[in-house]
Design a protein around this ligand. Sequence first.
Ligand code: ADP
Ligand code: 5GP
Length: 186
Amino acid sequence: MSRGHLVVISAPSGAGKTTICRRLQTSHPEWRFSVSATTRPRRPNETNGEDYTFLTEEQFDAYISAGELVEWEWIYGHRYGTLHSTLVEALEGGEALLLDVDVKGGVRVKGRFPEDTTAIFIDPPSMETLIERLKKRGTESPETLKKRLDRIPEELAYKKDYDHIVVNDDLDRAVNEIETIIMEVQ
Ligand code: ADP
Ligand code: 5GP
């Protein structure tokens, strides 16, 4: 069996990562999605164990102490981390694994598994569109919206470390472009 592949997908909040990853999962059920652990509260449309494994602060501490996370970050006041076991299982099982992680996490995964990782950065068509999409999504309070917007310049600075930059202007077009990239590296 050939070795699997890790596909990191990162973007500023609101650029369309979740939407794109859901579309990819529907059209390619054979591609797995890395379920991260987080201390962020669950949103109404999210399922524990499918979107994230939602943990208390104490549970997250225990994951860190047990060395279960290949990387983890504080993002917008909460912790998010990738399980080492998920990556190893996908690589050894010959699967393509999609990771929706922030820019620092993406760079860290690539650093740990350089030969096995393709990193894709999703770029918003413009700053105005990004802000508009984030507001329209309606999931953020004024405080959490500000935290997300404040982080954008730092996130954009990591674009150069990514293998591919895909502009999420038209959703179908962006999804097609990403599908092509993944099929080529698999
Ligand atoms: P992220 O996961 O990167 O924070 P989302 O996938 O939640 O972003 O997308 C933010 C909002 O923008 C959602 O309401 C989504 O429906 C919308 N959206 C995503 N991609 C597009 C697109 N290409 N055109 C218009 N709206 C989009
Ligand atoms: P959200 O709260 O919108 O679901 O996600 C916030 C940010 O956390 C997004 O940029 C998302 O990619 C990132 N994220 C999700 N899981 C992980 C993870 O396991 N590690 C890291 N570093 N970032 C993650």
